[in-house]
Every structure is written in structure tokens, then in C-alpha cells.
Write a protein that binds this ligand. Sequence first.
Ligand code: AMP
Ligand code: MG
Length: 346
Amino acid sequence: MKTKIYDLTDKSIYDEAIKQAALAVKKGGVVVFPTETVYGIGADAFNVEAIHKIFQAKNRPLDNPLIVHFADKKDINLAASNISDNALKVSEKFMPGPITIVCHKQKNIPSCVTACLDTVAVRVPMRESARDLIRACQTPLVAPSANISGKPSPTAPEHVIEDMNGKVDVILIEGRCDVGLESTVVDFTSGEKARILRPGGVTPEQLKQIILLEDSYKPVKQLSVNETPKAPGMKYKHYKPNAKVVCLMGDEKKIVDYINNRTALENNLTAAAVFEHLKEKISCDYVFSLGNKDIPQEAGNLLFYNLRKADEVHAGIIFVMCTDYKGIGLAYHNRLEKASDEIITF
Ligand code: AMP
Ligand code: MG
């Protein structure tokens, strides 16, 4: 398939690009577009044939439900029914933004959207262009991340083009994504308290200020140096680059020594993603930044980006430092844990 690629940062073609992408959606096509979390691959939420094209392009398992994206929160009841007071509170406060709420579904939502569940996930993205696109389509869009399933989600134009060029009708690019990690998914359909199914851009601390939250989301137990490298919850390939990923937690000095000692023994090209202030102490072939340690949003924004950079430079292994669990750190941790072949705590 010939994919049309438009760069939305060129304001002279912005309107035409949105128009062409919307036209493709209306014809039952599939388009890639930027959001504040990661790049998404979208299709008309009511067109079953178009939705199947998303599963095909991504090679996504059919039992993984899709999030329905709206331009405006007043429209979410087109997909969701009996929205609870708590869900409404959260949508009032955090939509548009990196939050997805799981509610009971409207009958007309196709079962391929919800993987046959009687609930549906809905979200209103923050990125202006994403909402302009949805408005122009005159229909909500289902839109999972625009990566081949199993790979790190794309947060930069070059990464989304690598995965989706030739597989979709239109790709809209617009620089790097703002958050760089997927939305927080919160379930409002089971019990009195809401439950975080996936941590993301909106933090548990922020949610707890307005609703009761079950403390159900727990990071996977950390392994120390000599324990079995595979942690539970890593059964399915998720967010993984081709390079082997080693997640490192704890004492900074010990982490630096470990990276340098192990690098000396490696036959492959090595890469490391470390906080900015440690970069010059690392002896890997490629050293990427995770930004300022005191601003965890920077690490969140750079995680998927760096995992993909490791593949771009053909590194055989990438060492990645972990943040603590606070704020966005929980989401960072969750993605890195799933991407990792080894997790080592010092
Ligand atoms: P993504 O692949 O980033 O689009 O994420 C979609 C995720 O949203 C899925 O993997 C689920 O974790 C979650 N999700 C979507 N729909 C539902 C639903 N009806 N119930 C529970 N989780 C859902
Ligand atoms: Mg995804």
C-alpha cells in the first residue's frame, strides 16, 4: 500500500492533511496520528472491516481490546453507558489528557472493539491535532499505539514511519509525543473503588485526590543480581526492542560499575540509558539520556524513544536505569519491567 505522509508542523498543509486523513477514515481506511501519549493507529470505531485492518497492520492479538477516542468528553456516552459519578469526576478533571476510563458499553459498539467484553475503554486525547482529526472524521476512532505488537510504542516520527509506512493509508507526523508513555487505564465497572489497570500519564496520587482507588496495581517483585532473570508478568512480549534489555535499580554508583564491568565482557555493541548526570561515567558504545533525575517526566518521555534508538544503532544490549515508583515513575517502571529481559536491584 502507498502511504501518504504529512508533517503537521508545516502549518501550510495542516488543514489539507487533516482533511485527507479524515477522508481515508470515512472510506474505511486506517490512519496514524500523533497524541500526547504515543502515536496511535486509528480507524472508525463503528466500521468492523476497518478495525480489522488495525489488528492486521499491528499484528495485534484479537483478544486485546481497543480504546475509543473522542474529540470531546461530552460525546463519550456514544460508547459508554451508565457512567458512574466517579468516572464522571475523573473525566471532568483529566479529560482531555492521558487517561482512559473503562465503563459499561453501549450496545452498538462492535464486539471486536471490546474483545467481546461488556465494558468499553474511552479517552479524549490532549493533542490538538488528534482532536481535529477525530472531529473531521465525524466518528470516534479506535486507536491503539501505532507499533508492531510487542515492540516499544512509537513516540517519534521516525519510529512510527519505520513500523507503519506501507501498512496504512495516511501517516500524520507532528514531532515527539509529550508524555511518551500510554494513558492511565482506570476501571470503574468492578466494585465501589476504581482500579488502575495500567499506570500512565495521570498518576495514582492525582486520582486519589478526587476518588477512592483500590491499591491493586503493584509493581512486579524485583529480582536481585543472582535470581532468575525472568520476572513474572513477562510472559508476553511487550515493548521489547531487538536488543536485550537490562533494567537496573538502586544504588547509582553500583549501577555505573555494573554497566561498565559488564560492557567490558560484551562482544556485541552496547548501549545504556542513564540519567543525564551519569552519562560521562558510562563506557558503553552508545550512551542515551533519561533526562534530569529529579524530573521523572523526562525519563518517561525518553524510555520508548531510547529503546528504539538501541535498535537503530544495532546494539545487542541496552542497560536502562529505573526511576522510583512515585508519580509517573509507576508507569515508567511498569513499561520498563515488561520490556526487560533482566531486572537487577542493587
Ligand atoms: P493500547 O494497546 O495502548 O491501545 O491499550 C489498550 C489497553 O486498554 C488494553 O490493552 C487494555 O489493557 C485496556 N482496555 C481497553 N478496553 C478495555 C476494557 N473494555 N476493559 C479493560 N481494559 C481495557
Ligand atoms: Mg500498545
